[in-house]
Design a protein around this ligand. Structure first.
Ligand SMILES: Cc1cc2nc3c(=O)[nH]c(=O)nc-3n(C[C@H](O)[C@H](O)[C@H](O)COP(=O)(O)OP(=O)(O)OC[C@H]3O[C@@H](n4cnc5c(N)ncnc54)[C@H](O)[C@@H]3O)c2cc1C
Length: 440
């Protein structure tokens, strides 16, 4: 009888990466029978090489542990929620200062063994090439989803699927110097929608020289050349000629600097990224400059000298769906609610962010299968803030995002940034406790 009940509560999870493993663990802990389908070792993506589940394809770091940082808060929330991935990370940690870094082999082995031991979980090693027509499914095949399955997702989502990130950096609004930067749109059309950082001739050419000479990240062999002229990196534009940027993304036409009453020589424009106005992206600044170089060179821009970069620019192979148009906040496909998406496919970026979306999909699918109501995480938590990003219909051009404090609802008051962050972290962990009890 118990076996029959288990079979009725059957969940198929496709992809045994961080999101799929976390989802499988959460669903199994809630009494659901899970089939976890992973294509390795029969088939490897261009970046995966271990037969183990939960493989880290690049860095072995999960970033800062400090609660006043997005990654630190998210890890603490996952720890309190009983995440398998964070438990394995804590058990396999290696010294890394204030960051949480792991021995990747030990980490993946702990995850694989934990899942293999669960009687509710069956692990199959096959590539899935089509969307299952029946039953509850979580799709967690990640940024390097196999080609055949990516094609199936494309058909399911009616082409709302991207294969590249060509993303510009995002800065925290409260780190922009508004004594220099000014709000306004070209020729006054569109009101004060943009933040403009004006440059004189000398500042512009110094900036172009720094971009040309800055250190770039080489493309991986599997990434090939990025094909679209519309998302060329700024360093490629700078290489075409010293004035190319001033006639492209940095053109000053239609903008008057209120401090001088004149049109600047060049302008860097920033566009509001979220409804709250806490984040701004640097328009047209997709780049392959290394993260350290982005911070050094983009802080040469007047008004951004002390900018906090909550997301760096990049161009790389990725696979993600247009979640704001396709998903509910529960991570269910609007058009077919028996299908969940999890992990990097939802348009978040990073190991822990993918884990968090695996957690949510696993819990929600299990609750549906066991006849319980789905409860969304509070927006004030880091997990809830990521859901806010996924469902952010305000973003015109949906692009992946790491967790950061700019995604959390801001706090009023006159305190400094660090004090505010401490209060936001306290609020997040307080609100998380109530949600955790509700989904137990
Ligand atoms: C080259 C590269 C470097 C990265 N470096 C970092 C980094 O340093 N730090 C960071 O935080 N993030 C990094 N990321 C992002 C990172 O991949 C994600 O943050 C995270 O691993 C995504 O988790 P996921 O579970 O969504 O996907 P994954 O961890 O990639 O797991 C997906 C799993 O699905 C399997 N799969 C794919 N297709 C199928 C199929 N058709 N059938 C069955 N199984 C399938 C894959 O084999 C894989 O095991 C990097 C990504 C790439 C591509």
């Amino acid at each position: 009888m118990q076996r029959r009940n288990m079979r009725e509560r059957q969940l198929l999870i496709i992809g045994g990466g961080l999101a799929g493993c976390e989802a499988a663990w959460q669903a199994a802990c809630r009494g659901v029978a899970v089939t976890l389908c992973e294509m390795k070792p029969k088939r490897f993506s261009a970046a995966h090489c271990s037969p183990l589940l939960g493989e880290l394809v690049c860095s072995n770091s999960f970033k800062s542990e400090a609660l006043e940082t997005g990654p630190g808060l998210l890890k603490e929330e996952l720890r309190r929620l009983g995440s398998l991935i964070i438990q394995a990370a804590d058990q396999s940690r290696v010294p890394a200062g204030s960051a949480l870094a792991v021995d990747r082999e030990v980490f993946a082995r702990l995850i694989t063994e934990a899942l293999e031991k669960r009687p509710e979980i069956e692990i199959t090693r096959e590539e899935v090439t089509s969307i299952p027509e029946q039953g509850m499914v979580i799709i967690a095949t990640g940024p390097l989803t196999s080609d055949a399955f990516a094609q199936a997702i494309m058909e399911l989502t009616r082409r709302l699927l991207a294969f590249y990130d060509a993303i510009s950096p995002i800065v925290a609004a409260d780190s922009i110097d508004f004594a220099i930067a000014f709000k306004g749109s070209r020729y006054g059309k569109g009101g004060a929608d943009y933040v403009n950082c004006p440059m004189n001739r000398e500042e512009y050419y110094r900036f172009v020289k720094a971009v040309r000479e800055g250190q770039k990240v080489p493309l991986h062999a599997f990434e090939g050349a990025v094909p679209f002229e519309g998302c060329l990196p700024i360093e490629d534009l700078a290489e075409r000629g010293a004035d190319t940027l001033a006639f492209g993304p940095m053109k000053p036409v239609g903008l008057i600097d209120p401090r001088t009453g004149e049109q600047p020589f060049a302008v860097v424009q920033l566009r509001q990224e979220n409804r709250e106005g806490t984040l701004y992206n640097i328009v047209g600044f997709q780049t392959k400059l290394t993260y350290t170089e982005q911070e050094r060179i983009f802080r040469l821009i007047p008004g951004l000298e002390r900018a906090e970069f909550v997301r760096h620019g990049s161009l790389h192979r990725n696979t993600f769906i247009d979640a704001p148009r396709l998903l509910r906040g529960t991570l269910q496909l609007k058009a077919d609610p028996r299908i969940f998406f999890a992990g990097q496919l939802t348009g978040i970026e990073g190991y822990m962010e993918s884990t968090a979306m695996g957690f949510l999909a696993g819990v929600n699918a299990a609750r549906l299968l066991t006849g319980q109501e789905i409860i969304l995480p509070p927006r004030t938590t880091a997990v809830g803030a990521l859901v806010g990003h996924i469902t952010n219909r305000f973003a015109r051009d949906y692009q992946p995002m790491n967790v950061n404090f700019g995604l959390l609802p801001p706090l009023g008051g006159r305190e400094g940034r660090m004090e505010k962050r401490q209060h936001m972290a306290d609020r997040a962990l307080r609100d998380l406790t109530a949600w955790k009890e509700a989904i137990a």
